[in-house]
Design a protein around this ligand. Sequence first.
Ligand SMILES: [Mn+2]
Length: 433
Amino acid sequence: MVKILHLSDIHMGSGFSHGRINPENGLNTRLEDFVNTLSRCIDRALTEPVDMVLFGGDAFPDATPPPYVQEAFASQFRRLVDANIPTVLLVGNHDQHSQGQGGASLCIYRTLGVPGFVVGDTLTTHHIQTANGSVQVMTLPWLTRSTLMTRQETEGISLAEVNQLLIERLRVVLEAEIRRLNPEIPTVLLAHLMTDNASFGAERFLAVGKGFTIPLSLLTRPCFDYVALGHVHRHQNLNKSNNPPIIYPGSIERVDFSEEKEDKGYVMIELEKGKVKWEFCTLSVRSFRTIEVDVSKAEDPQAAIIKAIAKHNIEDVVVRLIYKLRSEQLDLIDNAELHSALTSAHNYTIQAELISQLARPRIPELSACNSIDPMEALKTYLNNREDLQEIAESMLEAAQKLLGDDEQQWLEPVAVEVGNNSQDSIEQQLRLL
Ligand SMILES: [Mn+2]
């Protein structure tokens, strides 16, 4: 039996706005949090000890982290080298520089020939000898259109057709790789991807557009004993039949408030050919708390806000206070008192939202639908706003352009247009994943 620790989405160096500077060493406390949490994963790997560690991708917020962040990451993984624990580092979307053209941050481990370390930046199978037998680890890094297709091939066809073509290409390549597997040896697929049925907290991502999603059926294959995923920050098993388990361990630390309510952790696996046991192990990480209160009807809005804060234990917690009030109540708010009520928090933000006295009724056509095409939504909205008629046309035009651009960027990874800064905006939108 081979024991494996599977973790993913470390994103070390992100979320600094939720921390503060530690006066002892000048470091952002959120970096310290991430390092401590990663070190607890490595502690577990060493104390078990496990026979192998699988990292599912997204080491840093981008491919060029500052050297001190790289060092913090490396000094934790170095402990696995010292303990002779084979480790596979998979390349996620955040690890690729300019969508792969500029290389991946993790490839340095291969260049340096770090003993026992394997970097998964291509679809290939690694035969890894562990202390308790060999394992086949097939790596599938984050794919972009340009990985599998040329620009000519995609010209003039729709986004949906491009995605379909990509899936077909991937199916063929994966099939060829699967045929080369030794059926006697336990096999893991380690992949950084979005599946078509994953659920994730960042709802706004859903609104951004259709990315390159992989049908779950492509992964649900008897040749794999365990499918180790990375990308989605919420832990989940996508295959309830568990045959094979298809697991996102999720991120190890909360990257932002969209992960406020999620458990964080890693997965421990016991692997044999045709038999696998897995367990999600939670990590105790720093709490995030949203305190939202509507004081627009309160006689004493200040007291109502203070009371809302007092309901929570905010000691060492990352807090965001959101209160809603009417504009004439503004003078009743004592900001200094709010700040002092929040000082025990690790870090906090205060956000006041004004409630309009002349709240417009909801547009029924819009509230009726859960999902609506953004252009249709905008048209409906504009039809209901006489005051905007004059600029309605140009607003629609601008919106069309924005949406078109967005699609274009998604379709045109920088592999084809090197140095295209617009990719950054996509990265911003996908920052979470
Ligand atoms: Mn990712």
